[in-house]
Design a protein around this ligand. Sequence first.
Ligand SMILES: [Zn+2]
Ligand SMILES: [Zn+2]
Ligand SMILES: [Zn+2]
Length: 258
Amino acid sequence: MGKIVFLGTGTSTGVPLIGCKCSVCTSENPKNKRLRTSLYFEHKNKKVLIDVTPDFRTQALNNDITYLDAVLITHSHADHINGFDDIRQINYLMKWKEIPVFLNLPSSLELQMRFDYIFRDTPQLGGGKPIVKLHVLEDYDEIVLDELKIKTFIHFHGKIKVSGFSTDLFTYITDCSFIPSESLEIIKNTKILILGTLRYLPHSTHLTISEAINLVKYIKPEITYLTHMGHDIDYDKLYNELKDKNIFPAYDGLTIEI
Ligand SMILES: [Zn+2]
Ligand SMILES: [Zn+2]
Ligand SMILES: [Zn+2]
């Protein structure tokens, strides 16, 4: 038993965008308010966070996240790691227990540059910093946390390699424009597919709605949730367009009991 919680379902800007007066950004539907994309799940007695967004503090408060057995990073774009400093409050609640962080090599190098103070071996007076240990992932790898096994695979976000994660219950793919066939074989028939989909119109580094539908036809999950959505996606409109295909837009706070 466990659960999957969508902590955020918005693209890099979040929705609403600062200063935008479009119908989605000014919508009163709470499902059109999207923090930056990340996921939290509890499965096989483990608590895992995927990506640490600039909204992580708010997301942890909203969803009562107080313990993490592991953090998984998809890639190092700002919307996926820039909340990393706030991991230290989780360390504090865990009595400064170290948290393992799993990520690919380019993401590891970028994280260490952007947050160099965390990895510098100097004592800090009067203030903590995250206590983490980085574990570098190969393109195709497996993360083992006691009973919980997470397969990792690659997909592309323009030219950037992004890590995808797959457990026996769900597969998580965020920023994506192409999935190589080797990865498709790993995730085919996954029970729950979570797929990053930016908008209706073509984009060089993100899937469109129609590209996502085609991938779902090939992967054949039992159910699909779309995430990482921009401000041209209105929740109710997309919900009605896709519900007969068993594809649903996710929304912040959506919790799936598993
Ligand atoms: Zn992103
Ligand atoms: Zn807008
Ligand atoms: Zn990205």
